[in-house]
Design a protein around this ligand. Structure first.
Ligand SMILES: Nc1ncnc2c1ncn2[C@@H]1O[C@H](COP(=O)(O)OP(=O)(O)OP(=O)(O)O)[C@@H](O)[C@H]1O
Ligand SMILES: [Mg+2]
Length: 354
């Protein structure tokens, strides 16, 4: 029997930055090409595990009295077809990963998998390359405001940070943990990252209180009394104590967004990601949401905020990042980037929005 999967890396590495993004790529596009990239990654991962399993079995080789091969270790080295990858044994990519030739007898000598870059290059033309090698470190307590034109990849960047989008290249480390590492419990890491979207995504049939308690109970396994206490504290914090029994349809957009923030905060996140949290709001309701975010920043919450609110970015941001065409074009102190942009693309963008 396979040993039970142990999640060895789900506690933060002391001193590691909350968010570290290294050479991040994301492609969208033609499904066949994408699937091939995904299959390729799946095979690389499988090969990596087989290499690790073989190495550890060689290190601790003990006679097997049952005479049966240990599971996985003697698996043929051409990856079996499975539902998720639909790998075709002997196809080009499999040979590339596993190092076999057509009609060559399958070998048990595991070759190191090749990096994905070759494959990505082959398929560039069929894909929309949305993030093009993003490097970014967000330190504890920073408020990083991300600005840029529509379609530049801001949301995709944010969604990649908690694996709502699966990167097609590069790494995302959360508090030092590689969230694509198969030994990592991603769900547990996700609970430390609060995310607030433009649309509030509250459950319409539940009260405000229930909207804020449900994930605490289901995900964090808090008792209903504990969850209720936390929820009431958080609703107070966003100025909505009196709305606990209301339903979302009875609230203004600004109030609904503040409930969404309270819901995120009730999970005790170490960091918060905001994707245009005020874009769907009537202008007179924007201020109350920004005020909540301002107070969070003042309390030292690490934040990444995609926003069109340049005033907020200037006042609350510790850093502004300007993205265009899947790349970070310019970044720095808000007063520098917004007040004295160096790059022509930043200048052009700001000339339109300021
Ligand atoms: N699920 C998807 N499938 C295919 N293409 C996508 C998908 N999500 C985003 N894209 C494309 O990726 C590019 C970047 O999109 P993204 O939403 O990250 O941009 P953005 O900077 O957040 O734009 P906006 O300011 O309009 O929100 C766009 O060209 C978009 O059409
Ligand atoms: Mg967006």
């Amino acid at each position: 029997m396979s040993p039970a999967k142990t999640h060895v890396r789900d506690t933060p590495v002391p001193g590691a930055p909350p968010i570290q993004i290294i050479g991040l790529h994301k492609h969208f596009g033609e499904p066949g090409a994408l699937r091939e990239i995904e299959r390729h990654h799946a095979r690389i991962e499988k090969a990596r595990r087989l290499v690790a399993a073989r190495q550890s079995s060689q290190e601790s080789a003990t006679p097997d009295l049952t005479g049966q091969a240990p599971e996985n270790i003697d698996e043929p080295m051409v990856v079996k077809q499975d539902e998720s990858t639909q790998a075709t044994p002997g196809d080009d990519v499999t040979r590339k990963v596993m190092g076999t030739q057509p009609n060559e007898p399958e070998t048990k000598d595991v070759q190191q998998p090749q990096p994905a870059e070759d494959l990505r290059a082959h398929h560039h033309s069929g894909l929309l390359h949305v993030l093009k090698g993003i490097d970014l470190t967000v330190n504890k307590g920073e408020v990083v405001c991300v600005i840029g034109p529509s379609g530049s990849g801001k949301s995709t960047l944010l969604r990649s940070v908690n694996l709502l989008e699966m990167p097609t290249g590069g790494k995302v480390l959360i508090e030092g943990i590689d969230i694509q590492d198969p030994d990592v419990n991603v769900d547990k890491i996700r609970t430390r990252i609060g995310m607030v979207f433009q649309s509030f995504n509250l459950f319409p049939h539940m009260t405000v209180l229930r909207n804020v308690t449900i994930a605490q109970e289901k995900v964090l396994r808090r008792t209903s009394a504990q969850a209720r206490k936390v929820a009431l504290d958080m609703l107070e914090r966003v100025g909505l104590s009196d709305k606990a029994t209301a339903h979302p349809s009875q609230l203004s957009g600004g109030q609904q967004q503040r409930v969404a923030i309270a819901r995120s905060l009730s999970m005790n996140p170490d960091m918060m990601l905001f994707d245009e949290p005020t874009s769907a709001l009537d202008p007179e309701l924007v201020g109350e949401v920004l005020e909540v975010m301002r107070s969070l920043a003042a309390e030292g919450m690490t934040m990444m905020v995609v926003t069109h609110e340049m005033g907020f970015a200037r006042e609350v941001g510790t850093r502004v990042i300007f993205m265009d065409d899947g790349q970070i074009v310019e970044q720095g102190r808000p007063s520098d980037v917004l007040g004295n942009p160096q790059q022509p693309r930043t200048q052009l963008f700001l000339s339109k929005v300021l």
